[in-house]
Design a protein around this ligand. Sequence first.
Ligand code: FMN
Length: 205
Amino acid sequence: MSKKIPLIVLCSHRKHGNSKSACEKILQGMQKVNGDATVVSVCDYSIEHCIACNKCAVEPFVCVLNKNDDMPKFLQLIENASAIVFLSPIYFYALPARIKAIMDRSQPLWHKARNSTEYKKTEHENIEQKKAVFTFLYGGQEHGKKLFEGAKLSLHCFYNTLNLSLKDTILAYGIDNFDDLLKCEDLTEQLISLGERLWQAGECE
Ligand SMILES: Cc1cc2nc3c(=O)[nH]c(=O)nc-3n(C[C@H](O)[C@H](O)[C@H](O)COP(=O)(O)O)c2cc1C
């Protein structure tokens, strides 16, 4: 089996904006430690919306929509990654709709986890064995105490469902136009360093 490498998930609905710049900085950090990553954009995955039929609540905990779209492919990416980072802009104080659709479609895993004693053991006793995940959230606003609160809470539930352990979150205000991120030296340095840590977190897997 080939070696696992980190996964970078771009959650913006525009492909060449700040999430792309952030991704390039993270890759730059990785190259410093001879690392590499798989990069995906949620725009390239066709994901149907959860229809709340609740059929996934019972064994074998499978979504009825899985045969229609790319959700199994997306979950496979998570499974194959050594560590993960989600890069996401804020839309209306929340996560963009495409990543939210992916989160809603992870409901079968939520049910499975809830029903599995093995998972509960992992959750409470084996925390160090969880896969590492990092988050970078940013918005155009210069201020707003609660700007990231909704997104952070949703991601907390999502990461628990996927059995991921949050290592670090970077938050940035005032990132709006295409190249805003590249003008912030502090932030680009943080992202380069995140690239190094992402690779190292994956090596510990
Ligand atoms: C539909 C939509 C809603 C947005 N809502 C917010 C918001 O509530 N607060 C904020 O700070 N920025 C908001 N923004 C601005 C984006 O977060 C910002 O432009 C970001 O840099 C876009 O990231 P990208 O370049 O990776 O696409 C919104 C943008 C869009 C398209």
